[in-house]
Design a protein around this ligand. Structure first.
Ligand code: ADP
Length: 520
């Protein structure tokens, strides 16, 4: 059970960590994407401003076409003012452009009326922009890396973002950045063993990633920004790309989240465990209390049951004595006998109380036993129950003899009293002529045996198995405690009580007790 609990908690923790990690990573990526987009828009604005500025300079030159006087041409001072301008090219009326691309650009510029793009030098990172004019046309050779001063540049200089200007399939790299599968210019090939990902078969460089590339860049396209510069003569598409991979994830936050959830779950688990233990203890206590209450209730009911008989006899004896004394002349001898019976029954009640008290104080202590004459006890009980037997017209027959048994005489008397009393009550249910009560004594296998057999209705099969259970009764107003008490008392004396149905009709109860000399 504990193992299953641990696995469930672990699974719950992993689920929680993964869910939280997903949220954290997504939020982090969203934030970084926002920052990337903001930076990209700033870069676009700055580059567009520079491009527009360059076209304005060209337009001014073409309009003013400063006179060429010797070597001191004023436009040659421009590179000193604009760091991105590498050179200012000029074609006067009688000259021709040295390059074909410039000639074509001039034609286009004349047609469009604004500056046009000349040559793009991918290797050096230059391009030329040209403005046709009359009589002179001008062109500027621009170094893309210097278009925006680094201190104004929003993107980290040697960072992971790749920035480039794209035009007609040509790429002018402003900064290489770090992208998976693409080897930035100037860096040697990495030496890690390549890991092949994606669909099989492709051994071309595009499908080969090193493990560290995957970790650094992931497998997603990352962040991309693409927008054409807002200068008609330099229609470059500005492209910013940034690969994002696990290496950029907020690992500190992820670790903190995993630790916090582990701590919280460990706390919750131990709290639940403590609560479960507390509840179990409370339940045990409750059950114990109920059991105690039950035992006390049983004891009280048993006491009432056992005291009933002697108290009834005391009452009867006392009333008889009063009547006899009231007679004229008073029947002193008989009254004395009745009073003696009252004393005997009073002592019996006292014995019952003493035994019950012993049971409460030391329930597990065996009852004190001594050799007892079974026959004597049976005769005493028959004498006690004589009036009841007479009232029913029953004459009990006593057969056989038994050697002395080892027993608690009060308990033994209680058992016999119950058995004979039950038999008399059972006989109520058959016609008087058929009422028989046989009590036999005997010795069998080292035990004294007492059998009480009646010709009453007998015991139904389904009742047989419940007779000795407390509170099982079929009588109106019956307590159902007599036989269960007898059984307990018999066991306490190392004896055994059993019930049987007899043929053709009737019940038989057998009490077996160890013989006195055997047990000694
Ligand atoms: P109670 O007498 O209060 O019912 P007991 O424990 O003495 O309690 O008896 C339990 C039940 O056993 C009785 O209700 C009765 O059904 C059955 N029983 C006991 N003795 C006999 C008997 N001699 N013949 C038939 N049934 C009996």
């Amino acid at each position: 059970m504990r193992g299953r609990h641990a696995v469930a908690w672990l699974a719950g923790w992993i689920g929680l960590v993964l869910t939280g990690a997903l949220v954290i990573v997504r939020v982090d990526i969203a934030e970084r994407r926002d920052a990337f987009q903001t930076d990209a828009r700033i870069a676009h604005r700055l580059l567009s401003q520079r491009a527009v500025q360059q076209e304005a300079v060209l337009a001014t030159l073409a309009l003013l076409h400063p006179t060429a006087e010797g070597a001191d041409r004023p436009e040659q001072r421009l590179p000193a003012v604009y760091p991105q301008v590498l050179a200012v090219l000029r074609r006067d009326a009688e000259q021709a452009w040295p390059e074909e691309t410039l000639r074509e650009a001039e034609t286009r510029s004349r047609r469009s009326g604004h500056a046009e793009l000349g040559a793009v030098d991918v290797v050096r990172g230059h391009y030329t922009v040209l403005q046709a004019g009359t009589p002179s046309s001008f062109a500027l050779r621009i170094d893309v890396q210097r278009m925006v001063p680094w201190d104004e540049w929003p993107v980290q200089k040697h960072g992971p973002v790749r920035v480039a200007l794209l035009q007609g399939g040509q790429t002018l790299t402003i900064q290489p950045g770090e992208l998976p599968g693409e080897q930035p210019v100037g860096l040697s090939r990495r030496s890690e063993a390549p890991v092949q990902l994606g669909s099989a078969g492709g051994s071309s460089s595009g499908l080969l990633y090193t493990a560290s590339q995957v970790f650094r860049s992931g497998l997603t396209p990352g962040f991309v920004f693409a927008k054409t510069l807002a200068a008609p003569g330099q229609p470059f598409e500005l492209q910013l790309r940034r690969a994002t991979g696990p290496v950029q994830w907020p690992w500190a936050w992820l670790f903190a989240w995993a630790s916090a959830t582990a701590l919280a779950l460990a706390g919750a688990a131990s709290w639940l465990e403590a609560r479960r233990a507390r509840r179990r203890a409370e339940a045990l206590l409750r059950v114990g209390q109920v059991a105690r209450l039950n035992a006390m209730g049983e004891l009280a009911a048993g006491m009432a049951h056992e005291l009933n008989q002697p108290l009834a006899a005391v009452m009867a004896g006392a009333q008889a004595a009063r009547r006899l004394l009231d007679d004229e002349p008073p029947e002193l001898a008989t009254a004395r006998q009745a009073i003696a019976q009252v004393v005997v029954q009073g002592r019996r009640a006292a014995d019952v109380v003493a035994r019950l008290r012993r049971q409460v104080e030391a329930p597990e202590a065996a009852a004190p036993t001594r050799p007892v004459q079974l026959e004597a006890v049976v005769r005493q009980v028959l004498e006690l129950l004589e009036p009841e037997a007479q009232r029913r017209g029953v004459r009990a027959a006593l057969h056989g003899r038994a050697a002395p048994v080892r027993a608690d005489p009060v308990a033994l008397e209680q058992i016999v009293h119950n058995l004979v009393g039950n038999a008399l009550q059972a006989l109520d249910q058959v016609p008087q002529a058929e009422r028989r009560l046989d009590i036999s004594l005997g010795t069998h296998a080292g035990h004294g045996v007492l059998t009480v057999r009646d010709s009453g209705p007998g015991i139904a099969d389904e009742a047989l198995s419940h007779l000795f259970e407390p509170f099982y009764t079929t009588k109106r107003g019956g307590l159902g405690l007599g036989l269960s008490l007898c059984d307990t008392l018999a066991q306490a004396m190392n004896g055994r009580l059993s019930a049987h149905h007899t043929e053709p009709r009737g019940a038989e109860f057998r009490l077996v007790l160890p013989l006195a000399e055997e047990a000694a």
